[in-house]
Design a protein around this ligand. Structure first.
Ligand SMILES: *Cc1c(COP(=O)(O)O)cnc(C)c1O
Length: 459
């Protein structure tokens, strides 16, 4: 008897198969080759027959050359940092695609001359906030603050005056005070954690003062015995006030009265406002700078501005976000809870009809991603047994829900309505994967813990 392992096709032979040749063209040789090696290993280990190697290679190929995978956000967190924050609108995605090749990002096609980089996105931002005399764009809000510190507080012993209640850690261990101090600027802390008065700022102002900084506590709340001066009081003190609004609202939002916005801050006397592009604004990662024309010119001309500049894809996405129809984040934020309940009920019914132990349930969603701390948004979703969590997370497409009270909750607020069929398919796939793993003879119904007492249940 010959060893079946001798029949395992050689790498060159597999790479010569038509389907595999096509994959080499779309994915590149190294990715395909590692799929071949893996299939050959499985055959050597006796997991598959040598004749099955080519099929296993095709099945084992990644969908694309990047390892980033689309994820359905069923967490109920509208702006989820670990999921890349704001999902782009269809208009923004389309704009990105159009800009991926060669594009007129720095060229005036009508005149045939060099054009101002990103002028379309800058004009859109200026149009969205008429209160701003000038605007500038950088990589993210952290870069916007960094550029303020470098350009405005770059000299020897130049001071940035900031309240002790606003020394914010953004996330992943990054702290705004450390970011600023890293530029060589001196941070002059005033007041206390809970209370800072206008006098605290006034007493700290001196010949070395570069600017006063106000940072929105975007991921925590200080409540109780608290005080902070109004922005107009600070602006009246003399030095420019830089306001880090964080979440990127350009104008007040009726649902988020506590969240600062660029237009109001500028009207109240802020010299500069900084914000993120990919939080409540609903666009790509970017840092927005709006305000005084002379200060913006200083920022733009600083050598570091070149290191912080945004790429053409960001410019394309941001302009389309600002000019285009409502963003997915805005849609999620303003979703009617009654409609979400209807959607959840329909989805649960469809799942129940397929034998999935699902129940529609009321949930609470949040803005997340450093915006509107403490605000909960009434929402609805589908509750499944907790074991669905990891199955959905590792499926294709991946679905991220949240585990609560030993149930896997799929919150619908952050999920676009046109993603629901995909979600349904993913849950059915997880259901089948679970059934396939179960030993035959053990009933599904008897094993599942109830997904909720007061919820709508499968009948
Ligand atoms: C999110 C946030 C930042 C950081 O913004 P990035 O765009 O992630 O760099 C800075 N300040 C505040 C107040 C924030 O909420």
């Amino acid at each position: 008897m010959t060893d079946p392992r001798r029949r395992i096709p050689r790498t060159d032979a597999v790479l010569g198969e038509p389907q595999v040749v096509h994959a080499v063209r779309t994915l590149g040789r190294p990715l395909v080759k590692s799929a071949v090696k893996e299939a050959q290993r499985r055959s050597r280990d006796g997991e598959i027959a040598p004749e099955e190697v080519v099929a296993a290679v095709v099945a084992g190929l990644p969908e694309r050359a990047s390892s980033l995978r689309p994820v359905l956000n069923a967490t109920g967190v509208l702006v989820h940092t670990n999921l890349g924050r704001a999902p782009l609108s269809a208009a923004a995605r389309d704009a990105v695609l159009a800009a991926t090749g060669c594009t007129d990002v720095e060229l005036d096609l009508a005149e045939g001359r060099r054009g101002r980089r990103g002028r379309g996105a800058l004009a859109a931002l200026a149009a969205a906030v008429p209160e701003a005399a000038a605007v500038h764009l950088v990589n993210n809000n952290a870069a916007a603050l960094l550029l303020c510190a470098l350009a405005l507080a770059g000299g020897p012993r130049r001071e940035i005056v900031v309240s002790r209640g606003e020394l914010v850690e953004i996330g992943d261990g990054f702290r705004i005070p450390e970011l600023l101090a890293g530029t060589g600027a001196v941070l002059r802390e005033v007041g206390t954690t809970n209370r800072t008065g206008v006098r605290d700022y006034a007493e700290a102002i001196g010949p070395h003062t570069a600017f006063l900084l106000r940072v929105h506590p975007s991921n925590y709340r200080v409540t109780g015995f608290t005080a902070a001066p109004g922005l107009s009081e600070l602006a009246a003190l003399g030095p420019p006030v830089v306001v880090d609004t964080g979440s990127g609202l350009l104008a007040p939002h009726p649902l988020l009265p506590e969240e600062p916005d660029a237009a109001t801050a500028l009207r109240d006397g802020a010299a500069l406002v900084t914000a993120s592009g990919d939080k409540l604004l609903g666009g790509p990662q970017a840092g927005l700078l709006l305000g005084d024309a002379e200060l913006i010119a200083l920022l733009r001309r600083h050598p570091a501005a070149r290191a912080l500049r945004v790429d053409k894809l960001t410019l394309a996405a941001l302009e389309a976000t600002l000019r285009g129809p409502g963003t997915p984040v805005a849609t999620a934020l303003t979703a009617d809870p009654a409609v979400l309940h209807e959607r959840a009920g329909r989805l649960a019914d469809r799942l129940c009809a397929e034998g999935v132990p699902a129940a529609a349930t009321a949930t609470e969603a949040v803005v997340g991603g450093g915006g509107a701390p403490g605000v909960t948004l009434p929402s609805a979703g589908v509750a499944l047994p907790a074991r669905y969590g990891p199955l959905l997370r590792t499926g294709t497409p991946a679905v991220l829900g949240r585990i609560e009270r030993n149930r896997c909750l799929l919150d619908l607020r952050a999920l676009a309505e046109d993603q629901e069929d995909t979600l349904l398919t993913a849950v059915l796939e997880a259901h089948r994967a679970h059934r396939a793993r179960e030993q035959p003879g053990r009933g599904e119904a008897g094993k599942d813990a109830p997904v909720g007492e007061t919820d709508r249940r499968c009948t």
